[in-house]
Design a protein around this ligand. Structure first.
Ligand code: SF4
Ligand code: SF4
Length: 94
């Protein structure tokens, strides 16, 4: 079976963003003082996290809801919950 490259697969899903209640929030004080590995930049399969001038910014609309970043992040730096109601990721092929 031929499996398409990951960027192509990511283009098949859809994420309904909850702008009033984002499902990812970072405590920047904790993030910038306690984290040495910046694991979110490498473990997220969807490249949700990017760094701008030392600050980590999540693009919640790209999230696959896999939960990997929750495990990799330092305690208390990341607030993550499944999106509410009709928000969140929708997979078009299973
Ligand atoms: S892993 Fe968590 S604490 Fe570390 S840079 Fe990413 S968001 Fe910040
Ligand atoms: S839940 Fe998965 S896809 Fe979403 S931000 Fe975390 S690692 Fe990335």
């Amino acid at each position: 079976m031929n499996v398409p490259p990951v960027p192509g697969l990511l283009g098949l899903d859809h994420f309904e963003v909850d702008r009033d209640h984002p499902h990812i929030a970072i405590d920047h004080d904790v993030c910038e003082t306690r984290c040495t590995q910046r694991s979110c930049l490498t473990v997220c399969p969807a490249d949700v996290y990017t760094e701008h001038e030392g600050r980590i910014i999540p693009d919640t609309a790209a999230c696959l809801e896999c939960g990997t970043c929750v495990i990799a992040c330092v305690p208390e730096a990341l607030s993550w919950h499944y999106p509410d109601g009709t928000h969140g990721v929708q997979y078009r092929y299973g």
